[in-house]
Structure formats: C-alpha cells, structure tokens
Design a protein around this ligand. Structure first.
Ligand code: ATP
Length: 310
C-alpha cells in the first residue's frame, strides 16, 4: 500500500536518511525504532511530503507521491513531535480551525470534532484553553487534529516523549484501538522499545540514517537465539569485577546498568558459575540475578554496540 524506495535525504554533508526501504500493508502497525538522530523524523517527513527527498521515492499504491502529493495528503494523518496548537484557544477552537483547513465545515465538522474528542478522551475539557492542559493532554489534542479528516494511515512521531505515565498509557491504548477497532494503518516512531514491542506487528530498526534490521519482534529477537542475557544487581558498583568480566572471552558483552551489570553470553554456556566465582573474589554482594530472553534493546546493542538510549 505504502512503500519507500531507496529514500535518501542529505543535509549538507549529513546523510539523515540513507537508502531507506520500508513498506506498510493495509491495517498493519509498523514501528520505526531508533535512537535520537537515527533519521526517523526525516523519513516520515518525506513520506508525508513535508520534505523533498534528495533521491529515491515514496509510493502510494504504486504511484510516486513526489509526482502526486495530494493523493497521499488526503489519506494521511500526521502527528508531529512538536505540539502544533494555538495555546490561547480552546481545544474545540483549535479543532474547528484545523478542520476548516482540511475543508470540513458546518454540522459535518461539529460531528467529527466530537468524535475525535471522544477518541482522545477530552470531551469534558474541550472548552478549556490549551495553555491549561498538561503535556499529555496537548499531545492527545494533537492526535485528535490528525484524525479529523478520517485518514487511512496515521503517522506518529514519538508521541509519548516527555509526558506523564498515565497519558502515555492512554495514548498507547488509543493507538491499539485505532488499529484493532478502526482498522487504521499505523506508522509509529519511537526510541522506547517497550512501546514498539507492545504496539507494532513489524519493526524497522534505524541507526545513522539506515535501516539495520527489520522483522516481527520474534524475528528480530531470534537474531539472538543463540544467546541469553544475564542481569546481575549488586549492593554497590564493583568496577574491578566489570573489568574482569570484560576480559572473559566466553562473555560476549558486558554493559553496566543502574544497579549492576547486564551480560550477553552464548546460550547454555553456564556462565553463572564464573560470575559467582568472580563476584566472590571481589567480595561483591549480589542482590539479584536474572536470566532473560533477549529484548529488542539487546538486538540493537548487538547490531550497533550501543544502547538505544545513550
Ligand atoms: N533540517 C535539517 N537540517 C540539517 N540537519 C538535519 C535537519 N533535520 C534533521 N537533521 C539531521 O539529520 C539527522 C537525523 O535526524 P532526525 O530528526 O530524522 O532523527 P530522529 O531519528 O527523528 O531523531 P529524533 O528522535 O531526535 O528526532 C540528525 O543528524 C539531524 O541532526
């Protein structure tokens, strides 16, 4: 339904998106996961025709959106990272303003506004000025604006960054409902792997402008099927122990966490004994130990050598 073909954007010398190939089928929710600066916003700005690619194309039902930008604009709802609302107006007035830009008017516009307010759960607060809203509520109105013209696809650029956990949960649940109950196609960008794991049927992992891996969550984590993750928490930091573990050749990766360390080891390699022995020699007090199946965060670490949120 929607695909990008070798999509590229170069800003001066900076290649922000580098031969990005992705596709969305109808009714799918697709995640674009990557750290800050990976090229996610640049990619979706090109898809939504806000930014012209340096080369490559975006195709909507096989047709170039560069040549036919209006067709995709009609069916696309874009929720930008920045809040794009008039703070001195109420939510209702904002929705009326944006609805008119979309060409809606009269009773049809009023009906649609009440529908989208219901979806984002802000019917009761519609007459309050946007400046009195919390960050999460502003985001929800931003989403309501994007839904006004009944888009087929909704593109969301990190919609949960910097908001309270309650609004975050509300937004995640809303995205799930838009997909499950309204059959919308969703492109969701985030650097929170838990969100993408929870919401998306398929995931593209981006780094430095490139798609470095793609698949379902299960397919991506199976990249690490020969490995397992051991999380060890200590009563305090033990830098010597970390050094020794790093030197141990049968341990593939050592990362320091808030409370201890995270190790990636070959599956079934029985490293727990080694860890206990080294901890004992350093007189390190282990407070908990946990063996886990790999997460998308581990996949990212494996592919790039870095954490998603450095
Ligand atoms: N208008 C611009 N001019 C110059 N460089 C830009 C511009 N927009 C983005 N970039 C650069 O392109 C790269 C990719 O940025 P982009 O915003 O697409 O990443 P992102 O994955 O969306 O990250 P974030 O979550 O921080 O927005 C970055 O190095 C950024 O500094």
């Amino acid at each position: 339904m929607l695909e990008t073909v070798n999509l590229k954007k170069v800003f001066k010398q900076n290649v922000a998106a580098d031969d990005v190939n992705l596709y969305l089928d109808q009714g799918e929710s697709v995640g674009l996961l990557g750290p800050n600066g990976a090229g996610k916003s640049t990619t979706i700005s090109m898809i939504s025709t806000l930014l012209r690619p340096t080369s490559g194309d975006v195709k909507w039902h096989g047709k170039s959106v560069i040549k036919n930008p209006n067709e995709i604009r009609d069916v696309l709802g874009v929720v930008p990272q920045e809040i794009a609302l008039y703070k001195e107006l109420s939510a209702l007035e904002n929705l009326k303003f944006f609805g008119k830009i979309y060409g809606l008017k009269g009773k049809q516009l009023d009906k649609k506004i009440q529908e989208v307010l219901e979806i984002v759960g802000l019917t009761e607060r519609q007459k309050d000025l946007v400046k009195t809203y919390s960050g999460g509520m502003k985001r929800r109105i931003n989403i309501a604006v994007a839904l006004l013209h009944e888009p087929v696809i909704i593109i969301m650029d990190e919609p949960t960054v910097g908001i309270d956990p309650q609004s975050r949960n509300y937004i995640l649940e809303m995205v799930r409902q838009l997909k499950e109950e309204k059959g919308m196609t969703v492109l969701y960008t985030s650097h929170y792997m838990e969100e993408v794991e929870r919401l998306c049927d398929r995931i593209y992992i981006m780094d430095h402008g490139k798609v470095i891996a793609t698949g379902t969550k299960e397919e991506l984590t199976s990249i690490l099927s020969s490995e397992e993750t051991i999380i060890v928490d200590f009563d305090r930091p033990y830098p010597n122990l970390v050094n020794k573990l790093e030197k141990n050749e049968s341990i593939l990766q050592v990362t320091e966490t808030d409370n201890g360390i995270k190790l990636i080891v070959p599956k079934g390699s029985r490293q727990l004994g080694t860890i206990f022995n080294l901890a004992e020699k350093e007189e390190a007090q282990i407070t908990s130990i946990n063996v886990q199946v790999p997460t998308l965060e581990d996949v990212f670490l494996h592919l790039t050598g870095r954490k998603l949120r450095d």
